[in-house]
Write a protein that binds this ligand. Sequence first.
Ligand code: 13P
Length: 250
Amino acid sequence: MRGKLVIGNWKMNGSLEANRCLLQELLPPLAALKGVGVAVCPPFPYLAQVAGLLEGSGVALGAQNLNAAEKGAFTGEVAGGMLAELGCRYVLVGHSERRSLYGESDEAVAEKFEAALAAGLVPVLCVGETLAQRRDGSTEAVIAAQVRAVLQRVGSAAIAVAVVAYEPVWAIGTGETATPEQAQAVHRHIRALLGEADGVLAAATPILYGGSVKADNAAALFAQPDIDGGLIGGASLEAASFLAICQAAR
Ligand code: 13P
């Protein structure tokens, strides 16, 4: 039985003061929310601060990226072991902004995924098609290539621990959400792809939806049979809306 999971991706937002205020508002009502896993992914410099604020709250910590190497001369980069040491449970890999703005290929994402597993982190593999790809009918093929690159590198170990997030690029930060039916169709496709590696594990893998999830559309998305929660950008920066989304996952 898959539980529900909601992850807030703060992207490059926040400050010491804003993080403290947001969590001060968020944590007490979240403590009363049972049956939903919740995590937040602040920018790297705030991981230690947020780890402290989350202590004892039941809300997990995640990071937004990692380098595939264990350590070394990679100026400006952060290793999985460092994230684990700071208390991260999750790390996003292959977010569409990383793929499009920083040139991360399917293979590079697979390497990061493997590094996350090696560091004892739960990789949250982000996949999704662009608007052009959806229009030309290649959504399923694009998602298949993104998922298979990881499966080829790490095998079914990939799905024993991982979380997958389907984030259609055209829905991220645009206010345009996939309909529950559109999202469900891709989620079913992703589960089938995972099932090619291991059907039992695939049935247990959380697959989150991301892309303009808001308080008023979350419940309909989360009610779909293969949607196990959300990866939330903009709405995770506002306590009331993130809380409402977490409640919708209950
Ligand atoms: P928005 O919720 O702001 O559309 O962002 C989605 C996202 O990219 C989460 O990783």
